[in-house]
Structures are given as structure tokens and as C-alpha cells.
Design a protein around this ligand. Sequence first.
Ligand code: SF4
Length: 235
Amino acid sequence: MIAALKNNKSVNPLSVTAKKPDLNLLNEKYKKLSPVERIKEIYNDFDNILLSSSFGTTAVFQLYLFHKAEVNQPVHFIDTTYHFEETLKYRDELTKLFDLEVINIMPDKKDNKYSLEAELWRYDPDECCSINKVKPFEKVKAEFDLWVSGLMSWQSSHRENLNIFEEKNGLIKFYPILDVTEEEAQRIIEENKLPIHPLKPLGYESIGCKHCTLKGKKRKGRWAQTVKTECGLHL
Ligand code: SF4
């Protein structure tokens, strides 16, 4: 299931008999590494790795780092059926650029139809996210030991309190770019002339489903008329 540490003999967060790795030791070890070093090293420490991407405004940065690390990692994308056309085109553009294998995760057809006909996002966005994002992804997550996600500390108050490794409901989450600043990510995107999401220049700094995304700084445009700040995947 989880590979023993192969390269670092001085730090061994995973004892032979332990069922779970020691996240404190893993955090201590990975804090000292650059994002690309973290991405390379994770394949020495774990076998069964899930990478997800929203193909939003910061997605290109993490995908570029995986490309630089030269690892062959499929990318899971949750297709709620409510994405902007621009996001789907951007997904296809980055797929071509980085030669990605993208796996689209779809919601249950009947539930998705119900959410559409009821326009559920208008009065029960938690249930809508549960049907179209959380439940379909739960099934996929169950097959993996580790979930890599591109959350960054500066994006929200919830995210600024995370560690590089966290455990949620038995699954270990790994955030290799958590401590990269917005400016640093932007600098790398510009220096490498990476394509940006077409809605970003129009004022959308965070992009999810079209029904729940407005223009706005950071994540201010997400579920803007409600108290909701996260879809539930990361809570
Ligand atoms: S972000 Fe909005 S439209 Fe998308 S699944 Fe959640 S509530 Fe539904």
C-alpha cells in the first residue's frame, strides 16, 4: 500500500509496523524541499497517488511543476457539467501542452439531472456540490493512498491553516505548492510563458462552476451571495 521511504534513511516517518505514516515527520521532511523536489520525492514515499486539478486560474502552475518533475501522473478532473466553456477549452489546451492523461469524473446522471431541473445551486448549493462534486470524487478517492491537490495558503483563511500533509477521513492529502506565494507562482507562470485561464484577464481570480462564479479577487467571486466558501471537497 504505502511504500517505505527508500531514499532518506535518516528520517523514516513510516515505521514497518505502523498502519499510518507519521504526518509530523513527513511535514518536517517536505517543508525543507522545493515544490518540484516534493513532487519527485512523493513517489518514493507513496505508491498509489491521486492528482486532481480544477483547471482553474492556478492549475497551470502545479501542472507545470509535475511536468518539470518528469513524472507520469494521470490528472483527475471533476466535470460537474456546469463548467464554463472556457475552462473546458483550457483543460484541453493544458492537456496538449503537458501531454496529460486527463480522467474526467462525472456525477451520477439521475442526480445531476435533478440538480439541473431544480436549479439546486440557487437554494441548496451544499447539496448541489455534494451531488456533482463530492460524491463522485469520494468513489475515486477510495482507490488511492494519497491525494495531491494544488491548494495554496494565500487563497483563503481555511487554506492558510493547512499543512503540506493532512489526513481527512483516512486519506492523506498532500499540498506540494501550499507555501508558494501568489507572486512567486505568477512570476514562474510569466517567465515560462504558460497559458493563463481565458477568464482571468476578465477579472475572475478563482473559477468553478458558471452558476456559482462571479468576477472577484482571490476566492471572493465564489458562491458570492452565500456564506459558502468551499465546495466540500477539502472540508
Ligand atoms: S459549485 Fe455551484 S453549480 Fe457547481 S456543484 Fe457546487 S453548487 Fe452546483
